[in-house]
Ligand binder design. Structure first.
Ligand code: AMP
Length: 541
C-alpha cells in the first residue's frame, strides 16, 4: 500500500470549540437560565470556562473514560460540560430528566456515572435520586454560590466555584478519535433503556454532514435555537455544529412554553430552530390564537416523530417558514435523512413538490439504507414496497453500551425498527414503527398515515391511531383524538374526512375523543399506554 501523506490529525470534539474561539471569538451564546435572567457570553468565554472545567474535573479525580452525567436543560453551562468532559477524554452522559425516576436510577447505575451535574430546578429530583446511586461520588449544581440549592445530598458541589478555582491554562489532550465521547440512553417504550456510546470521530463527521446545504444548511450568518433538548441525542448535534460553523446559539433553558420560546426567538433574531412535532403544534396554536408571526425565523427542522404534512404546509403558506422533515434515531447520532428537494423537483407544481417534502427525506452522505422483508431479502427502491429499514454508516451504532441486547447488527446493518419505503431518488418514507403498524386481516395499515389525515382536519389538535383487538380482523384501527379548543367535530364527521384519502379498509372503525394524549419523555406519542388503555376496545358499543 502506498500511504498518503496527509497529517494524522484525529477528529476531536475539542477542536470544534477551539475553532470557534479562534475564528468566531465574539460570536454569542445566549441562554435563558433556570435562575431567571438571560445570560450572554461568547465562544471565547465558553472555551475558557470549558478548559477550566476540564481542569476542575481532573482535580476531582475524573479520568479518561469516566462517565459524567448531566440532568440539565439547554444552556451555556450544559454546553461547557459537552466540551469540558469529552475534551479531556471523559464521557458526557446526558440524562432525560422527564424519565421515570426508576429509569433514571437504572441509567445512572448502568452507566456507573461518577459525577452528576444538575440544573437547580431539578434539585428535588436529585434529592430523591441520591440515596439510590452508589456510583455517584459528587452532585454538582450548575449554578453559582448564591443560588446553590439547600440539599442534603453529599458532597454537594457548585459548578461555578469549581470553574473559578482554575486558571484555564489547559491544553486539550490529543486523543484517539475513536475515544468514547458521549452516552445517551434510548427512550425505548419497552424494556430497559439502552446506552448508545458515541465517539469523537462519529460526532465530528455527523456535525459536518448535518451542516451541509441540503441538510440544516447552517452558516455563520445563522442564529440557531435548539428547542430539542441537549439530553435528546445531543440536541440533534447543535452543540457540535454550532461552534463548527460559528453560529450564534440561543438556548431556551427550561422555559419551553410557547410564549417564552417566541419572545426569545424574536429578541435574539433566531433564524433557524429544531424540535419535535408536539412542540411546534403547541407553538403554532399559540401564535394563531395571539395573531403573531415570527419576524426572523426562516427555517425549522422537525423530527423525532412523523411531522403531519398539514404542519409543513401551514409553516410555508401562513408563516413563510421553510419546514423540513428530518428522520433519525439515538442510535444514529441522530440524523439519517433530511427532506429537501432536488433541482428537478423545482419545475414541479407545488402540490407535487409537497408530496416529496412530506416524506422523511433522503440519506445524508455517509448513511446507507435498505429495506428488507421478513426473510431479510432486499426489497425494491420503488417508493411502494415497504419493509424493515436497515442502516449503516460512520455515525450509526454497532452495539449498545456493555453489550446490552447482545449483537444487534444483522449482516453489518443496524435494524431501525421502522417500516419504510425508499424511492428511486433515495427518498425514504416511514410507514410506521414496526410495533405500531396496525395488522388488519393479515395486511398492514400505517398508523402514521391515519394520524396525518386526522390532524389535517381543522378541528383536530392531535391524533393517535392504534390497532385495537378485533375478533374477526385481529386488529382494526382505532383513532384517539384531541379536539382543538372550542372546536366541534363528531365521530361521523371525522370518519367521513377519510373518504377518498385512503383505501376503505384503512378507515378507522371508531373514534374516541380525549382531553390529552400521553407522550414519551422525548415527546413521541406513547402508543404502548394507548394500547393498554384502549387496545381492548368494545367495537359494538
Ligand atoms: P429516538 O431514538 O428517541 O430519537 O427515536 C427514534 C425513532 O423516532 C425512529 O426510529 C422513528 O421511529 C422515530 N422518528 C424519528 N424521526 C422521525 C420522523 N421524521 N418521522 C417519523 N418517525 C420518526
Amino acid at each position: 500500500m502506498l500511504r498518503g501523506l496527509m497529517m494524522d490529525q484525529p477528529l476531536l470534539i475539542s477542536s470544534l470549540l477551539t475553532h470557534a474561539a479562534e475564528n468566531h471569538a465574539d460570536t454569542e451564546v445566549v441562554s435563558r437560565t433556570v435562575e431567571g435572567p438571560i445570560h450572554r457570553y461568547t465562544y471565547a468565554d465558553s472555551h475558557l470556562r470549558a478548559r477550566q472545567l476540564a481542569q476542575a474535573l481532573t482535580r476531582l479525580g475524573v479520568s479518561a473514560g469516566d462517565r459524567i452525567a448531566t440532568l440539565a436543560w439547554n444552556g451555556y453551562r450544559h454546553f461547557e460540560l459537552y466540551y469540558g468532559t469529552s475534551g479531556m477524554g471523559a464521557v458526557i452522559h446526558t440524562i432525560n430528566p422527564r424519565l421515570f425516576i426508576e429509569q433514571i436510577i437504572y441509567i445512572i447505575d448502568h452507566a456507573e456515572d461518577k459525577l452528576v451535574f444538575f440544573d437547580i430546578n431539578l434539585a428535588p429530583l436529585v434529592e430523591k435520586l441520591a440515596a439510590h446511586c452508589p456510583t455517584v461520588k459528587g452532585w454538582v449544581a450548575m449554578t453559582d454560590r448564591d443560588h446553590l440549592p439547600a440539599l442534603t445530598v453529599t458532597p454537594l458541589l457548585c459548578m461555578d466555584e469549581l470553574i473559578d478555582q482554575e486558571d484555564g491554562h489547559y491544553e486539550w489532550p490529543v486523543l484517539d478519535e475513536y475515544t468514547a465521547s458521549g452516552l445517551c440512553y434510548t427512550s425505548g417504550t419497552t424494556g430497559n433503556p439502552k446506552g448508545v456510546l458515541y465517539h469523537h470521530r462519529s460526532t465530528v463527521i455527523h456535525a459536518l454532514a448535518v451542516s451541509l446545504p441540503d441538510c440544516f444548511s447552517i452558516s455563520a450568518k445563522d442564529v440557531v435555537m435548539p428547542i430539542v433538548p441537549m439530553f435528546h441525542v445531543n440536541a440533534w448535534g447543535t452543540p457540535y455544529f454550532g461552534p463548527m460553523v460559528g453560529v450564534k446559539l440561543v438556548m431556551p433553558g427550561a422555559a419551553l412554553d410557547p410564549k417564552s420560546l417566541y419572545e426569545l426567538a424574536e429578541s435574539e433574531q433566531v433564524t433557524m430552530s429544531a424540535g419535535v412535532p408536539t412542540v411546534w403544534l403547541n407553538l403554532f396554536a399559540w401564535l394563531r390564537s395571539n395573531n403573531l408571526k415570527f419576524s426572523t425565523l426562516k427555517r425549522v427542522v422537525i423530527g423525532g416523530s412523523a411531522c403531519p404534512p398539514s404542519m409543513i404546509r401551514e409553516f410555508a403558506d401562513v408563516y413563510g417558514i421553510e419546514c423540513n422533515h428530518a428522520w433519525g434515531m439515538t442510535e444514529m447520532s441522530p440524523l439519517g435523512t433530511y427532506g429537501t428537494l432536488k433541482r428537478k423537483h423545482l419545475e414541479l407544481p407545488i402540490a407535487e413538490q409537497f408530496a416529496v417534502k412530506v416524506k422523511q427525506g433522503r440519506p445524508l452522505y455517509g448513511v446507507s439504507m435498505k429495506i428488507v422483508d421478513q426473510a431479510g431479502d432486499t426489497l425494491p427502491r420503488d417508493g411502494v414496497a415497504f419493509g424493515d429499514l436497515m442502516v449503516r454508516g460512520p455515525w450509526v451504532t454497532k452495539g449498545y453500551f456493555k453489550a446490552e441486547g447482545g449483537d444487534v447488527l444483522r449482516d453489518d446493518w443496524f435494524p431501525t425498527g421502522d417500516v419504510a419505503t425508499i424511492d428511486t431518488d433515495g427518498y425514504m418514507g416511514i410507514t410506521d414503527r414496526s410495533k405500531d403498524v396496525i395488522k388488519s386481516g393479515g395486511e398492514w395499515i400505517s398508523s402514521i398515515d391515519l394520524e396525518n389525515i386526522a390532524i389535517a382536519h381543522p378541528a383536530v389538535a392531535e391524533a393517535a391511531a392504534i390497532g385495537a383487538v378485533h375478533p374477526k380482523w385481529d386488529e382494526r384501527p382505532l383513532l384517539i383524538v384531541v379536539r382543538k379548543p372550542d372546536a366541534a367535530i363528531s365521530r361521523e364527521d371525522l370518519l367521513q374526512f377519510y373518504d377518498g384519502k385512503v383505501a376503505k379498509w384503512w378507515v378507522p372503525d371508531d373514534v374516541i375523543f380525549v382531553n390529552e394524549l400521553p407522550h414519551t419523555a422525548t415527546g413521541k406519542l406513547l402508543k404502548t399506554r394507548l394500547r393498554e388503555q384502549y387496545g381492548a376496545h368494545d367495537w359494538t358499543a
